[in-house]
Design a protein around this ligand. Structure first.
Ligand code: NAD
Length: 502
């Protein structure tokens, strides 16, 4: 059986499981078979990875920006030529269809490209002659060893949100990917080494909460970037900041799409099906709730149902499949329970995906498409993140009622409005309490040079991912005030007063 070891100091680490580690199973979601054993780190492996990163930091931080950028350019090219291989690894362990996995790699590449142009973002500011013969310069410097912890649903892209920007800024990195889908991160590390990233600059430890907590507590770790579910994001944020680390922790989501009666309802239905069921709903930007106002409700539900029944579900490596399986059997069963619970709590089950299976692959983690209408705000299916192919429709009488529902959610990742009314759209942009907003766009995933992050329980900490926010997160400011004794009046003897500008 294939094994996935840690990656420390530029090579696979030791006897893979290491001294204090164990092995964990990785399953192909389409077949339900365990295909791989992944090394699960304990404290020893975490110590080894952080030590390698700390040692590499001493020279990497003083390497020139030109050297770092040249490596990142080579990395970008290697990644681009290996897109298909990366996508195949994602499909084999996460389950999403190949085209979707290619899209994930493309969005990750955007951030590597952003890192290639980091010179503009890293340049500081200088003020000359702020006082007599005094200049002031603001510069930004790296932090040291950064830890990145990522979820199963984007095994390549979210890693690429983190380490390319962090290492371009002069930091070194220890990555802890999801042990459910660890192989893509190994190919990312191998290609980084091939591109010239020095040993120890990028390290990977696999594992679960044991590895995560050892990283959060480690005294040689300066900062933590996390993406995952809300309870774990909250834990990571409080535990790592308790030991003085800088932390950004992006959490779960329940993204709402508000549809007004004047919207193009065919376009809105296309968007709802795309955003609710793409990647089997396992996206933090998935639309999981539609709030339909007035007469939009019936018209929209029938259009969504008509389109959703045509979605072809099958293994991700079949080019005709549009939606793949769920990541694990346990997750599949949890999602199915929400559909059962919603029916018991009064929702109309318009489409029920619980009995779906694929012939010949009956042990796969299959779940068909579910569409729940007239869902109440106090039902479990509405209150919790389901993270599966289940779309909840809520009905509202007015825009104001719809907005109260949306802003009443504890999650604040993304939202969107579908309307032809520019005034309503503008009001929505100003009033909605989410970090990302779409207008007639269901999944407003920002491009690389903007930044990604939610509000409320969808993100902890003050920094968003990528864009200029990543430069701020992965560096710290330093302000240098200098005077050169090139004039006789400067050497005027001691002056114990507080220095004033003149
Ligand atoms: P998860 O929170 O279970 O796991 C995320 C990471 O934390 C993994 O590396 C995992 O090994 C580790 N982990 C899990 N439990 C832990 C614990 N108790 N203590 C310490 N570490 C722990 O998330 P997941 O199931 O892998 O991913 C899905 C979740 O991620 C969803 O909630 C989704 O909304 C969220 N997500 C958010 C974003 C975003 O940008 N906001 C993007 C993608 C996914």
């Amino acid at each position: 059986m294939k094994t996935v070891p840690h990656w420390i100091g530029g090579k696979p680490f030791g006897d893979a499981a290491g001294a204090s580690g164990t092995w964990g199973p990785v399953t192909d979601p389409a077949t339900g078979e365990v295909t791989t054993q992944v090394a699960m780190a304990g404290a020893d492996e975490v110590d080894a990875a952080v030590a390698a990163a700390k040692e590499a930091y001493a020279t990497w931080r003083t390497s020139s920006l030109a050297q770092r950028i040249a490596i990142l350019f080579r990395y970008r090219e290697l990644l681009s030529t290996r897109r298909d291989d990366l996508a195949a690894l994602i499909t084999a362990e996460q389950g999403k269809v190949h085209a979707d996995a290619l899209g994930e790699v493309a969005r990750g590449l955007e951030i590597v490209e952003l890192a290639c142009g980091l010179g503009m973002a890293l340049k500081g500011d200088t003020s000359t002659e702020v006082s007599s013969h005094v200049d002031v310069a603001s510069v930004r410097q790296p932090l040291g060893v950064i830890v990145g912890i990522s979820p199963f649903n984007f095994p390549a892209m979210i890693s690429m949100w983190m380490f390319p920007m962090a290492i371009a800024c002069g930091n070194t990195f220890v990555h802890k990917p999801s042990s459910k889908a660890p192989s893509a991160s190994m190919l990312l590390a191998e290609l980084a080494a091939e591109a010239g990233v020095p040993d120890g600059v990028l390290n990977i430890v696999h594992g679960d909460e044991v590895a995560v907590n050892a990283l959060l507590d480690h005294p040689d770790v300066a900062a933590v970037s996390f993406v995952g579910s809300t309870p774990v994001a909250r834990h990571v944020y409080s535990r790592a900041s308790a030991s003085g680390k800088r932390v950004q922790a992006l959490g779960g989501a329940k993204n709402h799409m508000l549809v007004l009666p004047d919207a193009d309802l065919d376009a809105a239905a296309d968007a709802a099906v795309t955003a609710a069921y793409g990647s089997a709903g396992q996206r933090c930007m998935a639309v999981s709730v539609v709030v339909a106002v007035g007469s939009a409700g019936d018209a929209l539900v029938s259009r969504v149902a008509e389109r959703a029944t045509k979605v072809k579900i099958g293994p991700g490596n079949d080019p005709t499949s549009e939606m793949g399986p769920l990541v694990t059997k346990a997750h599949r069963d949890e999602v199915a329970n929400y559909v059962a619970g919603a029916a018991a709590q009064g929702a109309d089950v318009v489409l029920d995906g619980r009995d779906f299976t694929v012939e010949g692959l009956e042990n796969g983690h299959w779940m068909g498409i579910s569409l729940l209408d007239k869902v109440s705000t106090d039902s479990d299916a509405y209150r919790n993140e389901i993270f599966g192919p289940v779309l909840c429709v809520l009905r509202a009488g007015t825009y104001e009622e719809a907005m109260r529902i949306i802003n009443g959610s504890p999650f604040g990742n993304a939202s969107s409005i579908f309307t032809r009314d520019g005034g309503a759209a503008r009001r929505f942009q100003l009033e909605v309490e989410t970090g990302m907003v779409g207008v007639n766009v269901p999944m407003p995933v920002p491009v690389g040079y903007h930044s990604f992050g939610g509000w409320k329980d969808s993100a902890f900490g003050d920094h968003r991912m990528y864009g200029s926010e990543a430069v701020h997160f992965y560096t710290r400011g330093k302000v240098i005030t200098s005077r050169w004794p090139d004039r006789p009046e400067v050497a005027a003897g001691p002056d114990l007063g507080f220095p004033a500008s003149h």
